[in-house]
Design a protein around this ligand. Sequence first.
Ligand code: GRF
Length: 210
Amino acid sequence: MIARRIHPLRLAILGSGKGSNARALIEASQKSSLCYEPALIISDIEDAGILKLAEEFQIPARFFKPGPFKTKFSEEREQQLVALLRELKIDFLALAGFMRVIKEPLLAAFPERIVNIHPSLLPRFPGLAAWRQAVEAKASESGCTVHLVDHGIDTGHILGQTRVPVFNTDTAENLHARIQEAEHELYPRMVDAFAKTLLQKNEIPKDKEI
Ligand code: GRF
C-alpha cells in the first residue's frame, strides 16, 4: 500500500489572555511535523498578549469584537466568526484561555471540533480560577484537562489529563504556574492526537492530500 502524505489540519486558536498555551501549540508545530498547523489566532480582547504572539510568529490574527455581552459573543457576532473561519478554511479550533462561553452557531459549525484546556482535573473544579479552587479546597493534587467543548461549562468529553501535586505551602499563583508547565506539554500532544483522529475519521478530505 502506498502511504499518502497529507497536509496538516488548519487550526484556529481562540484566546483572551497572555497566550502561553497558544505559544506551546505554535512552538510544538514548528519543531516537528504534526497533524495540525496554527493558521489563525482570534481574540476578543484588543490588546491581548496572544495577538502579539501572532505577530511574533507571523500567524494571521484578528481582534474579534464580541458585541454587548460579557461572557459570550452575541449570536450575530458568533455567526460572523463562523463565516470568517469557513472563509479561512479552518478545520478545527483550540481554546487557549478564551474567556467566553461558546454557543450554538460555533458548536453547530464545528461539531466535536473544538477543544479546550482547563487548569484542573475535571470534573473537579470547573469554572473560573480552578487553581484557586484547588488551594481553597486543600486538594492534595490537581492538574490539567484537555476536553471537547460542548454546551456546558468544562463538561465535554475528556481527551487527556496530567496530574500535578498540590503542596500545603502552595499559593494559588504558584500552583497555577506548576499547572501551566504541565499544560504546555499536554496541550500540543493532545491537539496533535486529536487532529490525527479527525484525519483518520474523515479518511482524509481530498484537499488535504498532497
Ligand atoms: C490556562 O491556565 C488555561 O488552562 C485556562 O486559562 C489559562 C490561559 O493561560 N483555560 P494562557 O493565556 O494560555 O497563558
